[in-house]
Design a protein around this ligand. Sequence first.
Ligand SMILES: [Zn+2]
Length: 258
Amino acid sequence: MAKVTKIIFLTDGLQNLILLNLNNNHLMQLPQEVSRLKSLTYMSINYNQLVSIPRELCFLKNLVELQLNYNQLICIPEEIKFLKKLQKFLLARNNIGVLPEELCDLKKLRILDIAGNIIQIFPSGFQDLKLREFYCEGNPLFLQQPVISTQRENVWSLQEITSRFVMNQLAENNPFLMDGIEQYPQVRSMISQGKTCAICGQHFITVWLDCVRFVSPPKDWKISKNLQLVPLRVLICSYKCFTQRDPNLFGIAQVQNR
Ligand SMILES: [Zn+2]
């Protein structure tokens, strides 16, 4: 049987399509025109070679089910948050390393399968998803196995020091900087990437400490047997804050397998 390697949506008669099944082909990408499938509710592209989910797909606001098992995906776009009706999201056997925080905005999501990826940690807020089924076996999830580790010095670039100063002043409504920032769209877009310290609430851009908090999976989730504790990502601005953390927060250590 011939397999499809490329797909082009030529006609405009597709607005009424509800279900699209492209399983078992050789698709490496989807065309932007996928956004024309306004009524699409069920989409299945298992067993292909997709390396990315096009942003345009995230604007199919009627999509309830999206199956992308057995592809080559390495990430999920943050625009995934626009799939407000998505209930079933299957991503087993890809190469996904990081789940975006925006995944936690999918309030209708009930079934999530990320088995067989390379995920180590989940975005904060993940435990608040109202999942009924969650499959995550075959991922190198962080384990709660504390080891003693030495702290290195904080080394910040001048850009980081300046950005931190600007962001924290803006957070305090410094009128001089609020006016000044209007003139510099580049700076604005840079600081819009800013993240917030879970301990002190101050902002940072390029340097932080990746930490992990382990929480029990919610009781109403039906989960893979391997998941005792859900590792959640927590970002901290400096070792100064790290030393003030509560005992349930851990730094992340690289441990050699012996
Ligand atoms: Zn801090």
